[in-house]
Design a protein around this ligand. Structure first.
Ligand code: NI
Length: 256
């Protein structure tokens, strides 16, 4: 069975067929999904999906490109949501310097990241980190934290092998999705090769980042076998071994 550790089934691209699609997914060997919030609205929607489907769990948090919505009231609601049943992580949170280049905006992102990190520590949940074009600042912030046993996932990992090793040392899991099937994804393939499978979790980030051979289409957990296959090929393992170990990893990181 496959555990999709990062999906966005609240996305409007799924409005046309969400229920049928999810039913198809759960009968096609996908055991569980964590639906990840990116702002207050989608965090609430993630909880609603977790309530509606036994196989779905929720993460609540505000993505670095959405931090305008974060006022004191929002932080209070995040804390309340974090305490709800089936909420298994704070995320996705982090830094995105690809979309936001202004120094003041980036400083605000760091503040929002640190504050949500503090919330995660307070409620004792792992974090799901979104980090793009912000390798150094992300590492600096996370390395400055008091170490914990189960800090979380570096989602859609896009940095160096050296840094992946560092995150693994800190206790993080590395999130690998459709990108690993792309021809030009040399660095990520190298990361998969070098990092123990016991530290890798599988994700779609759907509706985005669809693996080959469906690249460009709407992504869904149904395409995860392509990701499993590629990891198995890189690691010299069977697909079943990759499924079993990454499924166990996902349960461990989310405390299930
Ligand atoms: Ni995401």
């Amino acid at each position: 069975m496959i555990f999709d550790t990062h999906a966005h089934y609240d996305d409007e691209q799924f409005d046309v067929d969400r229920e049928n699609l999810l039913r198809e997914i759960f009968s096609a060997g996908i055991g569980n999904i964590v639906n990840v919030g990116a702002n207050m609205v989608t965090s609430r929607q993630s909880i609603a999906l977790a309530k509606a489907y036994p196989e779905i769990y929720a993460a609540v948090g505000v993505h670095p490109s959405d931090i305008d919505c974060l006022n004191e009231e929002a932080y209070k609601e995040l804390r309340e949501m974090a305490a709800q049943e089936k909420v298994v992580a704070i995320g996705e949170i982090g830094l995105d310097y690809y979309w936001d280049k202004e120094p003041e905006v980036q400083a605000a992102q760091r503040e929002a990241f640190k504050r949500q990190l503090a919330l995660a520590r307070e409620v004792k949940l792992p974090i799901i980190v979104h980090s793009r074009d912000a390798a150094k600042d992300t590492m600096d912030i996370l390395a400055a934290e008091e170490p914990v046993e189960n800090p979380g996932i570096i989602h859609c990992y896009s940095y160096s092998v050296e840094q992946a090793r560092e995150y693994v040392k800190m206790g993080y899991y590395i999130g690998v999705g459709g990108v690993v099937t792309f021809k030009n994804a040399k660095a990520l393939k190298q990361v998969v090769e070098e990092i123990p499978l016991e530290r890798i979790v599988i994700e779609t980030d759907c509706p985005y980042l669809t693996p080959e051979p469906n690249r460009g289409k709407r992504n869904a957990s149904l395409y995860l076998p392509y990701v499993v296959e590629k990891i198995a090929e890189i690691k010299g393992l069977t697909d079943a071994e990759v499924e079993d170990i990454t499924f166990a990893n996902a349960k461990k990181v989310y405390g299930l």
